[in-house]
Write a protein that binds this ligand. Structure first.
Ligand code: ADP
Length: 430
């Protein structure tokens, strides 16, 4: 029935009542007053009943009263049914979400806008010592107290995870990620992952490489010493000179590899570079370029363009090592006659070091892998030129420790560009 029809039938019932009362001898005025009074009473009764049912959160169900009130009851019942379905769906989703969050081995903690704990999964007990719901409403940093964490949260830069040993269990190694979300990104989702096994494996690998390289150093020094004595000795037959020379070259190559491996191990010890000082970069580049000219023996045309007032807040030894690796690579891996352009300048406030050459270039499939250890485009040629295959891995590590990035672009037959981009804060005026 449409509402207008319902309204009509109500009026008819009211008029019927007035006529009936009149038939019983009531005057028109009395019949009308009594009829309208009865209608009003019915409306009042239905209104009070409905309010009471809704207050008690009753789900309305048939039989419904007739007329307009019946229509109102039916409409409310339809809404209630829709709501009930939505709530059920929401509860199902909530249960599934909770089950999924409980099955995750990573600790998950949701913080509100004031960094107070709103929710945490069971893994947060073991990994972060956060007990939910007991710790609900407490500040995250009060429950998980760590000096590194406080500093990390204060910076507000969460693009990198924070690795730390928690105070409540020093045998654990955690990798903590902070993900801002919600209104104006003021809420936080903390994800802590247990990295203990990977951390130990990495340490074993690092220690093994460092120890093996260190152990190889002494025998190599002894070998090179004897080889030198033998080749310098007048008693050594002339026929032995060539094999002795080859042995010396190989021993020198091994020494270079051992030194590079030790450098890499040292760089891997810490994520960030210590001892940052003001480095007069133009002066350092000029010195490296002069060494590169000696290495090139006039076969390359070296040019440099340096911003003389631009220095860098960095570790001087590491910066020298990174820049010399790139400049020497341009000399070693390009044919005679190549033009090598070295540039040190600012780009949008950020200090940038560039080495560009117009050599043979590097095929595109090799570029993403160049910073891997021992990765060479042409193994035989690189070995012949005395390369260890570790140079770009060292450069990459050094730049990471300075929050800088290594960009490599190359085109076959056109040449290559190696660029180190430092953060603007690292720039200093000389
Ligand atoms: P290597 O000790 O062999 O120089 P690197 O890690 O420094 O090791 O370089 C990796 C490889 O990248 C090199 O073997 C070479 O094939 C390639 N390469 C590096 N610089 C250049 C360049 N300027 N032009 C062409 N190839 C290059």
């Amino acid at each position: 029935m449409r509402p207008s029809q319902v309204e009509g039938s109500c009026l008819v019932a009211c008029a019927g009542l007035v006529l009936l009362l009149q038939a019983f001898g009531f005057s028109w005025a009395w019949a009308l007053a009594l009829g309208m009074g009865a209608c009003l009473l019915r409306h009042l009764f239905q209104l009070v009943r409905l309010i009471r049912l809704l207050r008690r959160r009753h789900y309305l169900s048939p039989p419904f009263p007739w007329g307009l009130w019946g229509e109102l009851y039916r409409t409310i019942a339809r809404y209630q049914q829709g709501n009930r379905k939505r709530r059920k769906r929401q509860l199902r989703f909530q249960r599934r979400f909770r089950e999924a969050a409980h099955s995750i081995p990573d600790a998950l903690v949701v913080l509100d806008k004031r960094q107070r704990i709103e929710w945490a999964n069971p893994a947060a007990r073991e990994l972060l010592n956060i007990h939910w719901p007991e710790d609900e409403g407490r500040r995250f940093t009060d429950c998980f107290d760590h000096p590194q964490l406080k500093a990390f949260l204060d910076t507000g830069e969460f693009n990198r995870p924070l690795d730390l040993l928690p105070n409540h269990n020093r045998a654990l190694m955690l990798s903590l990620r902070v993900n801002p979300f919600g209104e104006r990104k003021r809420q936080r989702l903390i994800v802590a992952r247990d990295r203990t096994a990977v951390y130990h494996l990495n340490r074993i690998r690092r220690d093994f490489i460092a120890n093996a390289s260190h152990e190889l150093r002494t025998p190599l020094t002894v070998l090179t010493g004897f080889l030198e004595t033998l080749s310098d000795s007048p008693q050594t037959p002339a026929a032995h000179q060539r094999p002795l020379q080859l042995m010396s070259n190989q021993a020198e190559r091994m020494r270079a590899i051992v030194e590079d491996l030790l450098t890499l191990s040292r760089l891997e010890m810490e994520d960030r570079s210590e001892d940052l000082v003001r480095v007069p970069v133009p002066e350092a580049i000029r010195a490296i370029a002069q060494e590169a000219e000696v290495l090139s023996r006039g076969r390359h045309a070296l040019h440099w363009e340096l911003d003389e007032r631009l220095g860098l807040l960095a570790n001087p030894g590491e910066i020298r090592s990174a820049f010399s690796n790139l400049i020497f690579n341009a000399v070693i891996h390009t044919p005679p006659g190549t033009r090598i352009q070295i540039r040190w300048h600012r780009e949008e406030g950020a200090p940038v070091f560039t080495v560009a050459d117009n050599g043979e270039g590097i095929p595109p499939e090799h570029i993403p892998r160049l910073t891997e250890r021992f990765y060479r485009v042409d193994k035989a040629r690189s070995r012949a030129s005395g390369g260890t295959g570790l140079g770009l891995a060292i450069v990459n590590h050094i730049l990471q420790r300075h929050d800088a990035r290594l960009l490599i672009a190359s085109e076959l037959g056109q040449g290559s560009v190696f660029q180190c981009r430092f953060p603007p804060e690292a720039a200093v005026q000389l």
